[in-house]
Design a protein around this ligand. Structure first.
Ligand code: NDP
Length: 308
């Protein structure tokens, strides 16, 4: 039977926590986990700040353990992407997947997370995973003793640059504004500036990423001098922020200008019976533990909503 009490959409930390709570409360739970499933932690190596793991834990292992814990309580998992949600609490919500399966539920918990933003520079898409990366932790080790570029002036870019300096011979950081305009915290800028392998380029943006099979160089435009220059690099790491994965929802629930789902009351969305947790409603904290926390909150809100 494709009828559930709750369908959780998303198999990352927030969705898995929500599923643990709903299935443990005897709500018949389907988790449509996305493909590939597991969310941001599956691209991470060691997680050092998740409470309960004094020695740290590998991101994929944490996800696997949470999923097993959820299965233990009866959650059914499906590793597919959702394409459409229709209906209402009164009539039942219909959830359609990429594989054209349709499932019905009395309530929905959205836990779809967010994704890295793209530069949309020429060459970026063609050379993606061939030198262009959005995750230093995942791909940094491929650039031992090579030169790389990091794009961005926020804390993510600073973190990526420092991480990459463990492997790369030189790390060039491109900031599109001036030093004063950088979004990164002073302490992170200071640490990165003191890193002998890192060099900053201000007022600088990538015009093109060039390479036949893999990245060979980037063409950079300086907005102050209006001139172009080249850097011979093997890797381009883009760290310019995140976008919530909420496009597939259309206008079903209210969102803010950036696409983050608006929260009315803790984890309630604008639609009765649809709840939200994790990074698709959180541009501020974006931590595994906060995602887990809101996952638990959404499940408790959902359970109380259904019992009333
Ligand atoms: P931010 O929004 O803070 O920074 C994005 C950066 O990318 C800005 O410098 C921005 O430039 C630049 N940028 C955006 N679009 C482009 C583009 N098309 N071309 C070139 N540059 C571009 O995002 P982050 O992901 O860095 O950080 C998000 C939040 O997460 C912040 O609150 C941050 O503090 C937090 N965080 C904390 C960490 C920590 O404490 N360890 C680690 C990572 C993140 P511009 O300023 O010109 O718009």
């Amino acid at each position: 039977m494709n009828l559930y009490d709750v369908i959780v959409i998303g198999g990352g930390v927030s969705g898995l926590t929500a599923s643990i709570y709903t299935s443990r409360s005897f709500l018949k739970t389907l988790n449509i986990a996305g493909f590939p499933a597991g969310g941001q932690l599956t691209w991470t190596t060691e997680v050092e700040n998740f409470p309960g793991f004094p020695e740290g834990v590998m991101g994929p292992e944490l996800i696997e353990r949470m999923r097993k814990q959820s299965e233990k309580f009866g959650t059914v998992f499906l590793d597919e992407n959702v394409t459409e949600i229709s209906g209402s609490y009164e009539s039942g919500f219909n959830v359609k997947t990429e594989g054209s399966q349709v499932f019905t539920a009395k309530s929905i918990i959205i836990a779809v997370g967010s994704s890295p933003k793209k530069l949309n520079a020429p060459g970026e898409e063609k050379l993606s995973a061939r030198g262009v990366s959005y995750c230093a932790v995942c791909d940094g080790a491929f650039f031992k003793q090579k030169e790389v570029v990091v794009v961005g002036g926020g804390d993510s870019a600073m973190e990526e640059a420092n991480y990459l300096s463990k492997y790369a011979s030189h790390v060039h950081v491109l900031v599109r504004g001036t030093k004063d305009q950088m979004k990164a915290s002073a302490i992170m800028i200071d640490k990165t500036e003191k890193n002998p392998k890192v060099k900053f380029y201000y007022n600088s943006q990538i015009k093109e990423i060039v390479g036949e099979k893999t990245v060979e160089k980037v063409i950079i435009t300086n907005s102050q001098t209006n001139s172009d220059s080249e850097l011979l690099v093997d890797g381009v790491f883009i760290a310019i922020g995140w976008k919530p994965n909420t496009d597939f929802l259309g206008n079903l629930v209210e969102k803010d200008a950036l696409g983050y789902i608006k929260i009315n009351n803790q984890t309630y969305t604008s639609v009765p019976g649809i709840f939200v947790c994790g990074d698709s409603a959180d541009a501020r904290y974006r931590q595994a533990i906060t995602a887990a926390g809101t996952g638990a909150m959404s499940a408790i809100d959902c359970e109380r909503f259904l019992s009333h």
